[in-house]
Ligand binder design. Structure first.
Ligand code: ZN
Length: 310
Protein backbone atom coordinates (compact mmCIF):
# COMPACT_ATOMS: atom_id res chain seq x y z
CA UNK A 1 0.00 0.00 0.00
CA UNK A 2 1.31 3.41 -0.91
CA UNK A 3 0.90 6.08 1.74
CA UNK A 4 0.98 9.66 0.59
CA UNK A 5 3.34 11.93 2.47
CA UNK A 6 1.72 14.33 4.95
CA UNK A 7 1.49 17.80 3.50
CA UNK A 8 0.93 21.19 5.05
CA UNK A 9 -0.76 23.85 2.99
CA UNK A 10 -1.41 27.41 4.03
CA UNK A 11 -3.67 29.93 2.36
CA UNK A 12 -3.06 33.67 2.62
CA UNK A 13 -6.34 35.57 2.34
CA UNK A 14 -6.00 39.14 1.14
CA UNK A 15 -9.63 40.26 0.79
CA UNK A 16 -12.02 41.08 3.58
CA UNK A 17 -15.42 39.44 3.87
CA UNK A 18 -14.29 36.21 2.26
CA UNK A 19 -14.88 32.90 4.01
CA UNK A 20 -12.31 30.21 3.90
CA UNK A 21 -13.22 26.58 4.45
CA UNK A 22 -10.24 24.39 5.00
CA UNK A 23 -9.82 20.80 5.77
CA UNK A 24 -10.06 18.48 8.77
CA UNK A 25 -10.01 20.69 11.89
CA UNK A 26 -12.90 23.11 11.57
CA UNK A 27 -11.91 25.39 14.41
CA UNK A 28 -9.90 28.36 13.28
CA UNK A 29 -10.26 27.83 9.59
CA UNK A 30 -13.53 29.63 9.02
CA UNK A 31 -13.60 33.19 7.81
CA UNK A 32 -11.35 36.14 8.25
CA UNK A 33 -8.47 37.84 6.59
CA UNK A 34 -4.96 36.56 7.07
CA UNK A 35 -3.41 33.16 7.09
CA UNK A 36 -5.45 30.00 7.35
CA UNK A 37 -3.74 26.76 8.01
CA UNK A 38 -5.09 24.24 5.60
CA UNK A 39 -4.16 21.37 7.84
CA UNK A 40 -1.80 18.49 7.76
CA UNK A 41 -3.12 15.36 6.18
CA UNK A 42 -1.99 12.23 4.50
CA UNK A 43 -4.63 11.81 1.82
CA UNK A 44 -4.23 14.63 -0.66
CA UNK A 45 -6.97 13.40 -3.03
CA UNK A 46 -9.58 16.17 -3.32
CA UNK A 47 -8.39 17.93 -0.15
CA UNK A 48 -9.54 21.42 -0.98
CA UNK A 49 -9.50 24.98 0.24
CA UNK A 50 -12.77 26.77 -0.52
CA UNK A 51 -12.95 30.53 -0.81
CA UNK A 52 -16.12 32.59 -1.20
CA UNK A 53 -18.94 34.45 0.51
CA UNK A 54 -21.04 31.94 2.41
CA UNK A 55 -23.70 31.73 5.08
CA UNK A 56 -21.91 29.32 7.40
CA UNK A 57 -23.52 27.29 10.16
CA UNK A 58 -21.62 24.88 12.37
CA UNK A 59 -22.71 22.08 14.64
CA UNK A 60 -21.82 18.57 15.71
CA UNK A 61 -23.06 15.03 15.25
CA UNK A 62 -22.30 11.61 16.66
CA UNK A 63 -21.22 8.77 14.42
CA UNK A 64 -23.22 5.98 16.04
CA UNK A 65 -21.01 3.28 14.53
CA UNK A 66 -17.66 4.63 15.69
CA UNK A 67 -18.97 6.72 18.61
CA UNK A 68 -16.95 9.76 17.52
CA UNK A 69 -18.20 13.32 17.67
CA UNK A 70 -17.87 14.92 14.26
CA UNK A 71 -17.98 18.67 13.65
CA UNK A 72 -20.57 19.60 11.01
CA UNK A 73 -21.02 22.66 8.87
CA UNK A 74 -23.03 24.00 5.98
CA UNK A 75 -21.75 26.77 3.75
CA UNK A 76 -24.36 28.23 1.44
CA UNK A 77 -23.65 30.89 -1.16
CA UNK A 78 -24.73 34.16 0.46
CA UNK A 79 -25.98 35.49 -2.89
CA UNK A 80 -28.84 32.94 -3.07
CA UNK A 81 -32.46 33.94 -2.49
CA UNK A 82 -33.62 33.23 1.09
CA UNK A 83 -36.02 30.43 0.03
CA UNK A 84 -33.30 28.69 -2.00
CA UNK A 85 -30.84 28.97 0.85
CA UNK A 86 -33.38 27.56 3.26
CA UNK A 87 -34.06 24.60 0.95
CA UNK A 88 -30.33 23.88 0.66
CA UNK A 89 -29.97 24.19 4.43
CA UNK A 90 -32.79 21.68 4.95
CA UNK A 91 -31.16 19.21 2.53
CA UNK A 92 -27.81 19.64 4.28
CA UNK A 93 -29.59 19.00 7.59
CA UNK A 94 -29.79 15.35 6.53
CA UNK A 95 -26.01 14.95 6.67
CA UNK A 96 -25.96 13.34 10.18
CA UNK A 97 -28.60 10.78 9.16
CA UNK A 98 -26.80 10.04 5.89
CA UNK A 99 -23.41 9.69 7.58
CA UNK A 100 -24.94 7.20 10.02
CA UNK A 101 -26.67 5.33 7.21
CA UNK A 102 -23.30 5.00 5.49
CA UNK A 103 -21.24 4.26 8.59
CA UNK A 104 -23.50 1.29 9.36
CA UNK A 105 -22.51 -0.13 5.98
CA UNK A 106 -18.96 1.14 5.47
CA UNK A 107 -17.58 1.51 9.01
CA UNK A 108 -16.88 4.65 11.07
CA UNK A 109 -16.76 7.97 9.20
CA UNK A 110 -13.10 8.50 8.28
CA UNK A 111 -12.69 12.25 8.98
CA UNK A 112 -13.23 14.66 11.88
CA UNK A 113 -15.54 17.09 10.07
CA UNK A 114 -18.35 16.76 7.58
CA UNK A 115 -20.26 19.43 5.73
CA UNK A 116 -21.43 20.68 2.41
CA UNK A 117 -20.67 23.67 0.23
CA UNK A 118 -23.78 24.78 -1.64
CA UNK A 119 -22.42 27.20 -4.17
CA UNK A 120 -24.15 29.10 -6.94
CA UNK A 121 -21.98 28.53 -10.00
CA UNK A 122 -24.18 26.33 -12.23
CA UNK A 123 -21.73 26.65 -15.13
CA UNK A 124 -19.45 24.24 -13.23
CA UNK A 125 -21.92 21.54 -14.22
CA UNK A 126 -21.02 18.79 -11.75
CA UNK A 127 -21.05 17.98 -8.05
CA UNK A 128 -17.66 17.08 -6.55
CA UNK A 129 -16.91 14.97 -3.47
CA UNK A 130 -14.24 17.26 -2.00
CA UNK A 131 -12.77 15.80 1.16
CA UNK A 132 -15.03 16.43 4.18
CA UNK A 133 -17.27 18.78 2.15
CA UNK A 134 -19.00 17.87 -1.13
CA UNK A 135 -19.36 20.92 -3.39
CA UNK A 136 -22.67 21.51 -5.17
CA UNK A 137 -22.70 24.02 -8.05
CA UNK A 138 -26.41 24.88 -7.72
CA UNK A 139 -28.88 25.48 -10.53
CA UNK A 140 -29.72 28.62 -12.48
CA UNK A 141 -32.16 29.51 -9.72
CA UNK A 142 -29.74 29.30 -6.83
CA UNK A 143 -27.86 26.98 -4.45
CA UNK A 144 -29.22 23.43 -4.55
CA UNK A 145 -28.36 20.20 -2.69
CA UNK A 146 -29.93 16.97 -4.01
CA UNK A 147 -30.50 14.21 -1.47
CA UNK A 148 -29.38 11.05 -3.26
CA UNK A 149 -26.46 12.91 -4.84
CA UNK A 150 -25.50 14.04 -1.35
CA UNK A 151 -25.50 10.38 -0.23
CA UNK A 152 -23.34 9.51 -3.25
CA UNK A 153 -20.81 12.25 -2.47
CA UNK A 154 -20.74 11.38 1.22
CA UNK A 155 -20.06 7.72 0.37
CA UNK A 156 -16.99 8.98 -1.46
CA UNK A 157 -15.62 10.22 1.85
CA UNK A 158 -14.96 6.55 2.66
CA UNK A 159 -14.43 5.23 -0.85
CA UNK A 160 -12.44 7.63 -2.98
CA UNK A 161 -11.30 10.30 -0.54
CA UNK A 162 -10.06 8.39 2.51
CA UNK A 163 -9.17 5.40 0.33
CA UNK A 164 -7.96 6.96 -2.91
CA UNK A 165 -7.45 5.31 -6.29
CA UNK A 166 -3.82 4.41 -6.95
CA UNK A 167 -4.25 5.52 -10.57
CA UNK A 168 -7.09 6.94 -12.64
CA UNK A 169 -7.94 3.54 -14.06
CA UNK A 170 -9.02 2.59 -10.50
CA UNK A 171 -11.76 5.25 -10.50
CA UNK A 172 -14.26 2.36 -10.78
CA UNK A 173 -13.54 1.79 -7.08
CA UNK A 174 -14.72 5.29 -6.08
CA UNK A 175 -17.76 5.37 -8.32
CA UNK A 176 -18.82 1.76 -7.88
CA UNK A 177 -19.15 2.13 -4.11
CA UNK A 178 -20.77 5.56 -4.31
CA UNK A 179 -23.28 4.38 -6.91
CA UNK A 180 -24.21 1.30 -4.90
CA UNK A 181 -24.67 3.36 -1.73
CA UNK A 182 -26.88 5.79 -3.66
CA UNK A 183 -29.03 2.89 -4.94
CA UNK A 184 -29.17 1.41 -1.43
CA UNK A 185 -30.27 4.70 0.14
CA UNK A 186 -32.86 5.36 -2.57
CA UNK A 187 -34.43 1.97 -1.91
CA UNK A 188 -34.33 2.49 1.88
CA UNK A 189 -36.23 5.72 1.27
CA UNK A 190 -38.96 4.13 -0.83
CA UNK A 191 -37.65 3.71 -4.38
CA UNK A 192 -39.06 0.54 -5.94
CA UNK A 193 -35.72 -0.54 -7.36
CA UNK A 194 -34.04 -2.87 -4.89
CA UNK A 195 -30.26 -3.25 -5.10
CA UNK A 196 -30.90 -6.80 -6.41
CA UNK A 197 -33.10 -5.47 -9.18
CA UNK A 198 -30.45 -2.87 -9.93
CA UNK A 199 -27.95 -5.69 -10.42
CA UNK A 200 -30.31 -7.48 -12.83
CA UNK A 201 -31.03 -4.31 -14.80
CA UNK A 202 -27.34 -3.54 -15.23
CA UNK A 203 -26.55 -7.15 -16.15
CA UNK A 204 -29.18 -7.10 -18.90
CA UNK A 205 -27.70 -4.00 -20.53
CA UNK A 206 -27.00 -4.14 -24.27
CA UNK A 207 -23.84 -6.01 -25.38
CA UNK A 208 -22.18 -2.91 -26.80
CA UNK A 209 -22.08 -1.30 -23.34
CA UNK A 210 -19.70 -4.00 -22.05
CA UNK A 211 -16.94 -3.36 -24.58
CA UNK A 212 -14.88 -1.12 -22.31
CA UNK A 213 -13.32 -2.74 -19.21
CA UNK A 214 -13.73 -0.54 -16.09
CA UNK A 215 -10.16 -1.14 -14.93
CA UNK A 216 -8.69 -0.43 -18.38
CA UNK A 217 -10.96 2.24 -19.87
CA UNK A 218 -9.30 1.60 -23.25
CA UNK A 219 -6.49 3.76 -21.87
CA UNK A 220 -8.71 6.68 -22.86
CA UNK A 221 -9.19 9.57 -20.36
CA UNK A 222 -12.50 10.44 -22.07
CA UNK A 223 -13.93 7.26 -20.53
CA UNK A 224 -13.10 8.33 -16.95
CA UNK A 225 -16.67 9.32 -16.17
CA UNK A 226 -18.51 6.97 -18.54
CA UNK A 227 -21.71 6.33 -16.60
CA UNK A 228 -22.09 2.66 -17.48
CA UNK A 229 -18.42 1.63 -17.42
CA UNK A 230 -17.24 3.54 -14.36
CA UNK A 231 -20.45 3.89 -12.30
CA UNK A 232 -23.03 1.21 -13.01
CA UNK A 233 -20.96 -1.80 -14.01
CA UNK A 234 -18.72 -1.51 -10.91
CA UNK A 235 -21.77 -0.64 -8.78
CA UNK A 236 -23.46 -3.83 -9.96
CA UNK A 237 -20.25 -5.80 -9.42
CA UNK A 238 -20.23 -4.66 -5.80
CA UNK A 239 -23.94 -5.45 -5.36
CA UNK A 240 -23.15 -8.91 -6.77
CA UNK A 241 -20.38 -9.25 -4.19
CA UNK A 242 -22.83 -8.27 -1.47
CA UNK A 243 -25.13 -11.05 -2.65
CA UNK A 244 -22.28 -13.58 -2.82
CA UNK A 245 -20.73 -12.64 0.54
CA UNK A 246 -23.87 -11.70 2.48
CA UNK A 247 -24.35 -8.40 4.32
CA UNK A 248 -22.08 -9.18 7.26
CA UNK A 249 -19.09 -10.22 5.22
CA UNK A 250 -19.68 -7.40 2.76
CA UNK A 251 -19.57 -4.96 5.69
CA UNK A 252 -16.39 -6.67 6.89
CA UNK A 253 -14.91 -6.09 3.43
CA UNK A 254 -15.56 -2.33 3.70
CA UNK A 255 -13.96 -2.25 7.15
CA UNK A 256 -10.98 -4.32 6.05
CA UNK A 257 -10.42 -1.88 3.20
CA UNK A 258 -10.54 1.03 5.66
CA UNK A 259 -8.14 -0.70 8.06
CA UNK A 260 -5.58 -1.29 5.36
CA UNK A 261 -6.00 1.59 2.97
CA UNK A 262 -7.46 4.61 4.82
CA UNK A 263 -5.12 7.51 4.16
CA UNK A 264 -3.60 5.67 1.23
CA UNK A 265 -4.27 4.28 -2.21
CA UNK A 266 -5.91 1.16 -3.53
CA UNK A 267 -5.51 -0.74 -6.77
CA UNK A 268 -7.27 -3.73 -8.27
CA UNK A 269 -4.99 -6.43 -6.77
CA UNK A 270 -5.43 -4.88 -3.30
CA UNK A 271 -9.19 -4.86 -3.70
CA UNK A 272 -9.23 -8.44 -4.94
CA UNK A 273 -7.11 -9.63 -2.00
CA UNK A 274 -9.43 -7.88 0.48
CA UNK A 275 -12.49 -9.40 -1.20
CA UNK A 276 -11.02 -12.87 -0.94
CA UNK A 277 -10.12 -12.36 2.72
CA UNK A 278 -13.61 -11.16 3.57
CA UNK A 279 -15.38 -13.89 1.60
CA UNK A 280 -14.72 -16.88 3.84
CA UNK A 281 -14.69 -18.95 0.65
CA UNK A 282 -12.17 -21.67 -0.06
CA UNK A 283 -10.87 -23.79 -2.90
CA UNK A 284 -12.81 -23.71 -6.13
CA UNK A 285 -15.31 -21.11 -4.92
CA UNK A 286 -12.50 -18.80 -3.86
CA UNK A 287 -10.93 -19.08 -7.30
CA UNK A 288 -14.31 -18.44 -8.85
CA UNK A 289 -14.64 -15.29 -6.77
CA UNK A 290 -11.34 -14.09 -8.23
CA UNK A 291 -12.70 -14.85 -11.70
CA UNK A 292 -15.90 -12.94 -10.88
CA UNK A 293 -13.99 -9.77 -9.96
CA UNK A 294 -11.67 -10.10 -12.96
CA UNK A 295 -14.54 -10.59 -15.40
CA UNK A 296 -16.43 -7.59 -14.07
CA UNK A 297 -13.41 -5.29 -14.11
CA UNK A 298 -11.31 -6.54 -17.00
CA UNK A 299 -13.47 -8.26 -19.59
CA UNK A 300 -14.35 -6.28 -22.70
CA UNK A 301 -17.67 -8.09 -22.92
CA UNK A 302 -20.46 -9.06 -20.54
CA UNK A 303 -19.15 -11.06 -17.55
CA UNK A 304 -20.19 -14.71 -17.43
CA UNK A 305 -20.21 -15.08 -13.64
CA UNK A 306 -23.03 -13.71 -11.48
CA UNK A 307 -24.05 -14.34 -7.84
CA UNK A 308 -26.15 -17.28 -9.10
CA UNK A 309 -22.87 -19.15 -9.69
CA UNK A 310 -21.98 -19.18 -5.98
ZN1 ZN B 1 -19.08 9.89 -7.69
Amino acid sequence: MAKAAAQDVQFDLTSKGIDFLGYKALRGILGGIGKSNFGSHDTPYLATGTVGRFDVETGAMTDRTGGATIATFTAIDSAGAPARKEEARRAAGRIPALVNFLSRRLGPYPFGTVGVVADWVPSVGYVLENQTKPHFPGTRKGPYVGSSTLAHELAHQWMGDSISPARWSAIWFNEGWATLMEVTLDHAEGARQTPRRYFRTVYRSAPRRWRIAPARLDGDPRQLFNSFVVYNRPGAMLQGLRMILGNDRFRALARDLADRYAGGNIDRPGFLAATKRASGLRGRKLRRLGDYVRQWLLWERRPRLTPADF
